[in-house]
Write a protein that binds this ligand. Structure first.
Ligand SMILES: *Cc1c(COP(=O)(O)O)cnc(C)c1O
Length: 443
């Protein structure tokens, strides 16, 4: 192995810039400069130059109540005056205890043990390690691999990338990732005639893996009801019920990554409640703190917890982060849950509006196809002579056009999706649809 790095053939000149910030998921050379945001209220972001932008994607899927909700801001302030942070091993605090119990009351009753971390990727890393050690602690040493779904996205850390291994984002990192097996995600849309066939094929692929190597896998990871970053691909609840049955029969853990789908996104509290299925482990993050602070949980069944519960320190779950269970984030989480509990109709009612505006603005547009909705989320594809997918150049082009008109919409390649904060008004939502239709027609 050589340690000498190859000299680069061409050095791209870095133009002078006033900001030292290297932005995430950004080709700094070709991307337009970032917009300076001054404030946010509800669905509206206000830029430093005074322009107003409608946040149609809840700032990367987190701000479920919209920006700057005063109840959450107040809860954080009050908690900060009492206790801002404390070591979370050997110590606990009221916001974490209350939040954990309150969360469980909205989840299937088999989920009972709440493990805190900071973000979606860490919640997935926790689930990976938990599932893996669960078998090890019972003397089963062969269950070292995982099953995921084509196009799955579970975060950007190495473990989370690995379980989303089929994604095109990870190309350079493949040698660092552990191997997994992937089966097709039975994505469907309005008017799809082949959904049952796709579901059967997916289950058959799963059966084949499980029959060939019944003791090789620790768990199956899925984004239930809708895959996010992989292109807002929707599957039916029927599929999850079949998957649940398969996993039980094969005695393999079923892990729901509800980082995006949690807290009302699917039009129900969680994708598990909407599909009436109960996973063995669930990962939650994005909407958990109402979008105010980084926070995540991984929640497991009693059976999993019991496999770690022992006089032997080696069987403990060795995982923690500096800010695990941060009191401010937990206080925000509690306030956010209270807002959801006080008004679940808000997230329950958005799908009907999406459907109405899709009928009014999208259905007749020949360039727009494969419309689909999942609760508060709506998506559609722009027909293209090019390939479908994230690297389709329509993505950045459309994003720029939408921003010019005052809308934050970030297409995933040729897939346009909306994931608005639940406070979005009917008028604003309709104006978003009108803009999408007219902008695509003018391409
Ligand atoms: C965003 C996302 C993650 C990763 O969460 P981060 O907080 O960005 O690390 C994991 N899983 C799903 C389904 C997501 O949408």
């Amino acid at each position: 192995m050589t340690t000498q790095p190859k000299a680069p053939q061409t050095l791209n000149k870095v133009p002078p810039t006033t900001s030292p910030i290297w932005q995430p998921f950004t080709q700094m050379k070709t991307a337009p400069p970032p917009l300076m945001v001054r404030s946010g209220q509800g669905a509206i972001l206000e830029l430093a130059d005074g322009r107003q932008i409608v946040d149609c994607i809840s700032s990367w899927w987190v701000t479920i109540h919209g920006h700057g909700h005063p109840r959450i801001a107040q809860a954080i302030y009050e908690q900060a005056m009492k206790l801002e942070q404390v070591i979370f091993t050997g110590f606990t605090h009221e916001p974490a205890e209350k939040l954990a119990s309150r969360l469980l009351s909205h989840l299937p009753p088999n989920l009972s043990r709440v493990f805190f971390s900071d973000n979606g990727s860490t919640s997935v890393e926790v689930a990976l390690k938990m599932a893996y050690q669960y078998w090890l602690n019972q003397g089963q040493t062969t269950r070292t691999s995982f099953i995921g779904f084509d196009g799955g996205y579970h975060g950007d850390t190495i473990g989370a990338m690995s379980i989303g291994g089929s994604s095109e984002f990870w190309h350079p990192f493949k040698p660092l990732m552990f191997s997994m097996q992937s089966v097709p995600y039975p994505a469907t849309w309005d008017g799809d005639q082949e959904v049952e066939l796709k579901e059967t094929q997916s289950l058959q692929a799963l059966d084949q893996l499980l029959e060939k190597d019944p003791h090789a896998y620790a768990g199956i990871f899925i984004e239930p009801l809708i895959q996010g970053a992989g292109g807002m691909k929707v599957c039916r609840p029927e599929f999850l019920r079949a998957l649940r049955q398969r996993a039980k029969q094969a005695n393999i853990l079923l892990i729901y990554d509800e980082v995006m789908t949690g807290f009302g996104r699917t039009g129900d509290w969680f994708a598990c409640s909407k599909s009436q299925t109960a996973p063995d482990i669930i990962c939650l993050s994005k909407g958990l703190s109402g979008g105010f602070l980084p926070l995540a949980v991984t929640i497991a069944t009693e059976e999993i917890y019991q496999a770690f519960y022992s006089d032997d320190l080696h069987r403990a779950f060795f995982h923690s982060h500096s800010y695990t269970g941060n009191p401010l984030a937990c206080a925000a989480g509690l306030a956010s849950l209270e807002l959801l509990e006080a008004n679940p109709e808000q997230f329950q009612s958005i799908e009907t509006k999406h459907r109405r505006f899709i009928d009014n603005w999208i259905k007749g547009n020949p360039r727009l196809t494969r419309t689909r909705t999942c609760g508060t989320i709506a998506a559609l594809d722009v027909t293209t002579d090019n390939f479908d997918g994230y690297f389709n150049s329509l993505g950045p082009l459309l994003r720029a056009r939408f921003i010019e008109q005052g809308f934050l919409i970030r297409p995933l390649g040729n897939t346009i999706y909306l994931m608005p904060p639940y406070c979005i008004t009917d008028e604003l939502l309709e104006s978003i649809y009108r803009t999408i239709s007219q902008t695509v027609s003018s391409l």
